[in-house]
Design a protein around this ligand. Sequence first.
Ligand code: HEM
Ligand code: HEM
Length: 190
Amino acid sequence: MLRTFWHYLGETQPRLLRVVHILIAALVIGQIINSNATQVEAITDISAGVLVFLCTWLHIIAGSVLVILGFALLFYVLVLRGFRYYFAWLMGDFSAIFADLRTLARFRLPEASAGGIAATVQGLGVGALLLVALSGAIGVALYLMGYAVGFNVIHWHKFLTGLIEVYIFAHSAMGLLHFALRQFLPVKRE
Ligand code: HEM
Ligand code: HEM
């Protein structure tokens, strides 16, 4: 099944994009789970417990890898498909979104297309990933430099993770639904 999903992704994504994409997905899920055992003070103080200290630093290191991978994904997809594919709405072009809505109204599932709903959500998802990862990294850097404002930025970081949580649920649900329909149901798609 995993192999079939890998090949399914390969219909639209080159191998390197699939590798970066899966790494990001796994690391983000890991960050959300691991964040239950993190604490700001544990960055510099081990007295909260070794486990909390280790989880906090694991969160910071994996998060820093995500900053790099997030930018890599952004530049990769922009070079691959262009700005307009993901951000047509920013140029006032909503035509592909309306076309997808019309397809949905006919109870058909629209495929990802330039400027369409899927591409728009994916563009916003990469933005959310960068916002979350950068806010974490900047907050920790400020905290380590002794600026109290670091606490505020980390507070915003926690708030912003809501965006990526919503995105990962919605985006993976739609991705897996497309895959499942293709595999198990002879549904006519557009
Ligand atoms: C996409 C990447 C990331 C995700 C999904 C994520 C997720 C989270 C979540 C859900 C929390 C809240 C934990 C709580 O409520 O106690 C949190 C806290 C935190 N994150 Fe991240 N994070 C990411 C990247 C980063 C990065 C890059 C850094 C720093 C380099 C970082 C540093 C922190 C710190 C210091 C806290 C506060 C710890 C606490 O009070 O529990 N995070 N993160
Ligand atoms: C924060 C984590 C994630 C980010 C930032 C992300 C981002 C993206 C982006 C930018 C694309 C479009 C690539 C392209 O144009 O070819 C994409 C496509 C896709 N993603 Fe994710 N993704 C994440 C997590 C996941 C997860 C967890 C799953 C499923 C379990 C998933 C399933 C898919 C599928 C099936 C596609 C192909 C859809 C299409 O044909 O456009 N993604 N993702």
